[in-house]
Design a protein around this ligand. Structure first.
Ligand code: IPE
Ligand code: IPE
Ligand code: MG
Length: 225
């Protein structure tokens, strides 16, 4: 499962608080939703926290988001680790400040043995950047053109072990992918909800899973009647 955690800014505006407060409420929602996902028996959850395009936001907001990731690593993710959550990050690492990148790596190492739920936090992530990087790795590895196939490319994504996404949820009413997991969502079922991410909760997650369960997936084949 994957979630585009969108709507923090609109939530902040609706509540008359700063955008930073909106993002903070979004971080609290993440913790709540991960716990709900554990209860539902979901094994893998990928969440979109910061896109390659989000760097274009005001400098202050970007700085706040970096601090918020750091606080989330310190305050929320250790509690989730106690519940068996293995956390890994997905995306570019070269533009994140070293102090933060080191924290990300430490958390990944400290939770590497956990297995209840695999949490992937997409941070400085872009689907196009991921595919470009995979193409570069194919060339660096000297793979001849005739050996380039889906498996060869998939093996060079940021996280080859991240399986195909079955269900992609987007909060906040926007009906787009915004450069998230372009390869992995090729046949994902999409569920959109108007709920702003900071208001997203267990019942919202359960509703999305119910919607998914009612879908008929065909993967291009003729439907059975
Ligand atoms: C999502 O909330 C969080 C990030 C993109 C970092 P937004 O900040 O995009 O919230 P809206 O879309 O402006 O409401
Ligand atoms: C997508 O939301 C990125 C994250 C949720 C981290 P955006 O708010 O950045 O996307 P757009 O600009 O509405 O497409
Ligand atoms: Mg947004």
């Amino acid at each position: 499962m994957a979630i585009i955690m969108d709507g923090n800014g609109r939530w902040a505006e609706a509540h008359g608080v700063s955008v930073a407060e909106g993002h903070r409420a979004g971080a609290r929602a993440l913790r709540r939703v991960v716990e709900a996902a554990i209860d539902l028996g979901i094994e893998t959850l990928a969440v979109y926290a910061f896109s390659t395009e989000n760097w274009t936001r005001p400098t202050d907001e970007v700085a706040d988001l970096m601090v918020l990731l750091s606080e989330t690593i310190d305050e929320e993710l250790p509690d989730l680790a106690k519940q068996g959550v293995r956390t890994r990050f997905l995306g570019r690492r070269d533009r994140i400040e070293p102090w933060l990148e080191q924290k990300m790596r430490l958390l990944e190492a400290r939770t590497a043995h956990l297995d209840t739920l695999h949490l992937w936090i997409a941070f400085d992530y872009g689907g196009r950047a991921e595919l470009v990087e995979a193409a570069r790795r194919l060339i660096e590895d000297g793979v001849p053109a005739e050996a380039v196939d889906e498996a060869a490319l998939a093996a060079r994504l940021y996280a080859p072990e991240l399986a195909e996404i079955d269900l992609l949820i987007r909060a906040s009413g926007e009906l787009r992918i915004s450069n998230f997991l372009l390869w992995q969502t090729a046949y994902a079922e999409l569920v959109f909800t108007d709920t702003l991410w900071p208001d997203f909760d267990a019942s919202e997650l359960a509703r999305a899973v119910d919607a998914y369960s009612a879908r008929q997936r065909r993967f291009g084949a003729r439907a059975l009647r």
